[in-house]
Design a protein around this ligand. Structure first.
Ligand code: CMP
Length: 138
């Protein structure tokens, strides 16, 4: 069964959108396999975002992600990686299509990092790597 890692990022958590995001995932027909709420530590954020190291938004991204609690979910289902990315919408919440999580619930806040409510793994391989970081043993 394919899996993906979904994070309701600190902006979404603070705005009380965790339930709405999980509702959309379940309404689409995917299964929540594991859930945890925690403030992500910088060591694991550096592993998670290794591919972005050196980009101008890297440090603001890590600072933002470490700024408060977030909800981490392992989500299961056939083609769930692609399916959740479609549910989430485009990275830029201003441009994301209405109907998607970011398009319906997100906007630009004039900050150096795009606070776009959710993260979803970009491939099945990334999903397994990311699940290994945040859910060791799963
Ligand atoms: P995510 O898919 O979780 O992984 C990388 C994150 O970096 C992305 O979501 C956005 O929050 C942020 N991001 C990506 N591109 C940019 C950008 N050009 N400027 C600012 N933040 C970005």
């Amino acid at each position: 069964m394919e899996r993906t890692l979904v994070i309701v990022k600190p902006d979404g958590f603070k705005r009380g959108l965790t339930g709405e995001v999980l509702r959309r995932i379940e309404a689409k027909g995917y299964t929540l396999a594991s859930l945890q709420i925690m403030t992500p530590d910088r060591e694991r954020l550096a592993q998670h975002y290794a591919e972005h190291e050196g980009k101008p938004f890297y440090q603001p991204l890590v600072d933002f992600m470490a700024s408060g609690p977030a909800t981490f979910a392992i989500v299961e289902g056939d083609r769930v990686v692609e399916g959740f990315r479609s549910l989430a919408g485009a990275t830029d919440p201003t441009a994301a299509a209405p109907g998607s999580i970011r398009g319906d619930l997100g906007r630009d806040w004039g900050l150096p990092v795009q606070q776009n409510i959710v993260h979803g793994s970009d491939s099945p391989e990334s999903a397994e790597r990311e699940i290994g970081i945040w859910f060791p043993g799963h």
